[in-house]
Design a protein around this ligand. Structure first.
Ligand SMILES: [Mn+2]
Length: 466
């Protein structure tokens, strides 16, 4: 913003800062000048480039609510960098003293990094940084997107649903191209993007001068924190995926001053959607998480985030979507029964389902969800049960706690497979009782056989051990 003085009837003003954007309006060049107090619009016939540091003096003219500085005197200031302006705005950002939704040691440990994220988002809004926000395509990812967007608004940014667990080279090139030449460009990835499979693309983005902020709860690559300038992950606090990205983003939003009640409601949806053991959802949470999962499957259009938010508060539409989603889930669970094979393996009851016959491409529920739906329909307390959904290029696991107690551990199983079957496994990960593997084409049978052998071993090892 600017400093003002009055001379007679005329309002004189002075502003200095970075040229963050410019456009032409009715034949005049309009510049946006960003400094730690905000953004000022200034009119000058002289040409400046984005990133130049300028000092401008002139008279203030008001158009409605908006003030514009009509420059009479301008000068360039050498040696001042955009990074300095960003840093000043970040250190000056005012943080709220928000009460954590889940107040425990893990979350406390994450507070400093979440504060850093909050400062970065507030400063990005204040300075008018150009931002791309990518959120993963499920209830947790959307919740995370809502958290971040709540801080950035009313500033403009582009929000994109990301229909993959991986940030790849094509994504990187698309984002670099969109942010090319922008002032202090910022890429925000939530609920994905920190895994081993994403680091190459992140490195390309970073080398293009784009700053990266990641909030993710999937097992991260060890170098992710070097590529992202802010990286919020429960893994660095000694915890794991049970702290979903939506929860973390909503806490960041609260620290940045967004109303806590509204954000806690979104945190609940994220914990529910990702089936975190840290939270027992109520009916409302279940409905909203299901609706977001359903919507994410179909939404291949722009500006989905605002639409998703509006559905959550539109009871009529929500009820309709929840009704349809539940019906589809029930039908698919029933159908899955016809395709399931039951086996006894190493003390576990194992169900195998061929997913490709069941799932319709790009329809709800996805192949991963089918495994979960079938699991919910067959699991019994106390009986070690594992459901394995398999299809072209995918194997997904769901198991109950009895299976875990009997020695089943999907994370360990996946780690072993990754090192033993390098050609067959593309990526994989998740939690001990819910995980999935991307496999190479034509490896479905081979991997499946290995999986069953390993499950047998896990069961027998545990039986001997106890
Ligand atoms: Mn998630």
């Amino acid at each position: 913003m600017y400093h003002m003085t009055s001379i007679g009837n005329e309002q004189q003003a002075e502003v200095e800062g970075i040229v963050s954007r410019f456009f032409e309006a009715r034949g005049t060049l309009v510049y946006l000048i960003s400094n730690e107090n905000g953004v000022t619009e200034a009119l000058s016939p002289e040409r400046f480039a984005i990133g130049e540091y300028v000092r401008m003096k002139g008279r203030l003219e008001f158009r409605g609510e908006k003030a514009q500085l009509v420059c009479e005197q301008v000068e360039r200031v050498e040696g001042k960098k955009a990074a300095e302006v960003v840093e000043k705005a970040e250190s000056g950002a005012k943080l709220a003293n928000a009460k954590l939704f889940l107040d425990n040691e893990t979350m406390q440990k994450l507070v400093p990094e979440m504060q850093k994220a909050a400062r970065k988002l507030l400063a990005a809004k204040l300075l008018g940084r150009q931002v791309i926000l990518r959120y993963n395509n499920d209830a947790d990812g959307i919740s995370a997107g809502i958290g971040v967007a709540s801080v950035l608004r009313p500033a403009k940014f582009s929000a994109v649903q990301h229909n993959s667990a991986i940030y790849n080279t094509a994504d990187a090139l698309r984002d670099i191209s969109a942010l090319r030449g922008a002032f202090a460009p910022l890429l925000i990835l939530v609920d994905f993007g920190a895994n081993v499979e994403s680091v190459e693309a992140l490195a390309i983005v970073k080398s293009a001068g784009i700053e990266i902020l990641i909030v993710d709860h999937h097992p991260p690559a060890s170098c992710a924190h070097e590529l992202a300038s802010v990286f919020v992950t429960p893994w660095r606090a000694g915890a794991a995926s049970e702290y979903p990205a939506g929860l973390l983003c909503c806490e960041i939003a609260k620290i940045a001053g967004v109303e806590a009640g509204r954000m806690d409601a979104v945190s609940r949806i994220s914990l529910t959607g990702d089936k975190s053991r840290l939270y027992s959802p109520d009916e409302e949470d279940e409905r909203k998480a299901l609706a977001l999962d359903f919507l994410a499957t179909y939404a291949n259009f722009a500006n989905t985030l605002e639409f998703f938010e509006s559905v959550l508060t539109d009871e009529g539409l929500l009820a309709q979507i929840v009704g349809q989603a539940r019906e589809k889930m029930e039908n698919i669970a029933k159908m899955a029964g016809d395709y399931a094979r039951e086996k006894q393996v190493g003390g576990f009851k194992v169900y195998l389902i061929g997913l490709d016959k069941l799932a319709k491409h790009n329809e709800f529920p996805s192949r991963g969800k089918i495994t979960g739906a079938y699991f919910d329909s067959v699991k019994k307390e106390g009986e070690p049960t594992i459901v394995i959904g398999h299809g072209e290029r995918l194997i997904s696991f769901r198991a109950n706690s009895a299976a875990r107690d009997a020695g089943f551990n999907a994370t360990r199983l996946i780690e072993e497979l990754k090192s033993e079957l390098r050609d067959g496994i593309e990526s994989g990960g998740g939690h001990d009782v819910a995980a999935s593997l991307r496999i190479t084409k034509e490896f479905e049978k081979i991997v499946l056989e290995e999986v069953l052998k390993k499950i047998e071993k896990q069961g027998s090892t545990s039986a001997h051990g106890s």
